[in-house]
Design a protein around this ligand. Sequence first.
Ligand SMILES: NC(=O)c1ccc[n+]([C@@H]2O[C@H](COP(=O)([O-])OP(=O)(O)OC[C@H]3O[C@@H](n4cnc5c(N)ncnc54)[C@H](OP(=O)(O)O)[C@@H]3O)[C@@H](O)[C@H]2O)c1
Length: 338
Amino acid sequence: MNYLPSADRYEKLNWRRAGTTGLVLPEFAFGLWQKFGDRTPYQTQRDIVLAAVDAGIVHFDNANRYGPPHRSAEKNFGRILREDLGAWREELVLTTKAGNPIGPSPYHRGGSRKNLLQSLDHSLRDLGTDYVDVFYFHRPDPTVPLEETVGALATAVQSGKALYVGISNFYDRAEAHRAAVLLRETGVPLAVHQSRYSIFDRRLETDELLEQSAEDGVGLVTYSPLAQGLLTDKYLDGVPDGARALDSDFLSSDDITEQYRQRARALNELAAQRGQSLAQLALQWVLRRPEVTSALIGASSVEQLRHNLRAPGFAPLTEEELAIIDRHGVHGTGLRNA
Ligand SMILES: NC(=O)c1ccc[n+]([C@@H]2O[C@H](COP(=O)([O-])OP(=O)(O)OC[C@H]3O[C@@H](n4cnc5c(N)ncnc54)[C@H](OP(=O)(O)O)[C@@H]3O)[C@@H](O)[C@H]2O)c1
């Protein structure tokens, strides 16, 4: 093991508290969803993860489903942990999730106690760690009583396999509140809610989930703040080689419509007037809300990562600029399931 993290890494990012918990987190978290499976060279993955640690990121987001194939992102991250980061385990916040389907078996999907707790054990083996810092229920499952799901999350903490619990993709305000109330009754409070939020996905605003999370004392970890790359300049004039839209089950070149381009170009122009990139504008926009604990970003290169982490250094967005963003940041642009 030759890696030594940069000594000043804790001074590089701003930190925020997750709701009313004792958990503080840097305002950027890094996710291993699509580019940390078996299609990306291990060395590239390692370079990005270690650059993230050096830049001050401690919070790495995983799930049983991430790859492709499913489970490979946890195995690959487990190797980085074993070979490079093991000595710093206590200084990292590692998460995993279960609930989204990872196979045809009914025990590989959904909110049952059986799926959630088995999956957590499997993730711990793949990651090579005794506990995760946050165990998430990945998305609502209307076929299973929320009481059972919440009970399984509480068991994860009570058994020492997770330190905190979270929910993800609860876009119904009442359901998100009910999960928080039920968890509080178990004595294991809901620490974080992971949900999608960007200039092109406004559900947290329209469904008042920002306010509800604050009321429930729950931190928001907001994912895909760049709308998987749509809120960068990469698709303004075509679909470049190596872009996610060419090689993803979740973004396709069909999503890059002329209407999307018009809106992204207008936002890009505003960013240029402010002396920053569209990516940096989009990240600053998400982080303007105090209810947001961390913007959960992805990157396919060290350069993208470093560029994006400079976002908080620009002047705060003015009311006038926010109004321009509202005009062009139409909910649903380029997105599926919004
Ligand atoms: N809970 C859930 O259901 C859920 C769902 C989705 C995601 N997540 C979490 O959120 C994390 C982040 O999601 P995401 O990857 O969609 O986030 P994102 O930050 O919106 O998108 C990241 C992608 O945007 C492109 N990009 C980033 N910086 C760029 C730059 N400066 N210039 C040009 N392109 C740039 C890259 O795509 P290219 O590959 O094209 O270069 C990169 O992989 C995931 O890894 C996962 O942990 C959670």
